[in-house]
Design a protein around this ligand. Structure first.
Ligand code: GCO
Ligand code: ZN
Length: 299
């Protein structure tokens, strides 16, 4: 086994760090602080974080083919021009649900932006249930709703052959798979591939590696777990020095490093003093496996 090293690289203490995405062009890690209402970019060259503040909870960020980024902001898909610090709305969802916001989102291999919604939390994992839906923003900027009745729409990714879509609704404590049609972006035949064990707590963000295995960040579980979607078995557990691990992605040169975001919302003083790195972004090296570069939004 290789020797695993974990380092806290961004120590800003985000409230809910989320949506890590490697930006190869900038040699930087993008992420958001949802309740802190910030989009952040940590440069692996300068080791500095640049931050853009926005006017609503920002829950995911994605690369864009034309350059710059797209984000999910409140219940909007929006464009973000980094240098100009300019946010412009693309389209609205859940207009009839003023208490909703987007949560996790990711671009599919054909350049469509998938993101789901949830009711605003009263405290972590406590919210009005079944208020969320899963949406896709197409490159022509049209939106399609796949299904509703979601509690906390969370991690998502696609299999290496692009025939399966993996998805997490956190309060189901399950990692699910759907058949995926890359031509149309349609999903179907939902099934569970893994149910979390008690100490793994709540499944949150996820990503796939080049061996087709899934990495799931366990919120309140202080770990990322590696799953085999074919057998439904857990292959590996990597523990982190914070409990509220929220999401993970691969990055760095050749995508051999893993980046893990975390949250501090919902922790009291005593808990925070035991875990002073809560809300930090962690870099894991030595996993011995690589990831898949993020797809840019095609619109
Ligand atoms: O990070 C996210 O995806 C949510 O916005 C968080 O609020 C947590 O996941 C949730 O609290 C755990 O269930
Ligand atoms: Zn999440």
């Amino acid at each position: 086994m290789s020797s695993i090293k974990i380092e806290c690289v961004a120590k800003e203490g985000y409230r809910i760090g989320e949506s890590p995405v490697w930006d190869e062009k900038e040699s930087a890690l993008l992420c958001v602080d949802i309740t802190g209402r910030k989009v952040c970019r940590w440069s692996s060259v300068t080791k500095q974080v640049q931050t853009i503040s926005v006017d609503a909870p920002v829950s995911s960020v994605a690369l864009r083919k034309s350059g710059d980024y797209v984000i999910t902001l409140g219940t909007r898909f929006a464009a973000l021009k980094w240098k100009e610090q300019l946010v412009t709305t693309i389209t609205h969802v859940d207009k009839d649900k003023p208490n909703n916001r987007f949560n996790d989102g990711k671009v599919d291999p054909a350049g469509r932006y998938f993101a789901g919604t949830m009711a605003e939390e009263i405290r972590p994992a406590v919210l009005e249930r079944h208020q969320g839906s899963l949406y896709t923003l197409f490159s022509d900027l049209s939106v399609v709703k796949h299904f509703d009745q979601v509690d906390i729409s969370n991690g998502l990714d696609w299999s290496l052959d692009h025939k399966t879509f993996f998805y997490i609704d956190s309060l189901s404590y399950s990692v699910d798979a759907f058949d995926y049609d890359l031509q149309t972006g349609k999903i179907g035949n939902r099934r569970s591939i893994y149910r979390l064990e008690k100490e793994e707590s709540i499944p949150d963000g996820m990503c796939i590696d080049t061996e087709g295995k899934l990495w799931v960040a366990c919120y309140d579980g202080g770990r990322v777990i590696r799953l085999d979607p074919e057998t439904g078995k857990r292959l590996q557990t990597v523990k982190l020095p914070v409990d509220k691990t929220t999401s993970c992605c691969f990055g760095g040169e050749d995508y051999s490093e893993m980046y893990v975001t975390s949250a501090s919302d919902g922790m009291d003083k005593e808990w925070l003093s035991r875990q002073p790195q809560a809300g930090g972004v962690f870099k894991i090296t030595g996993l011995g496996v690589k990831g898949v570069p993020p797809y840019p939004f095609a619109g």
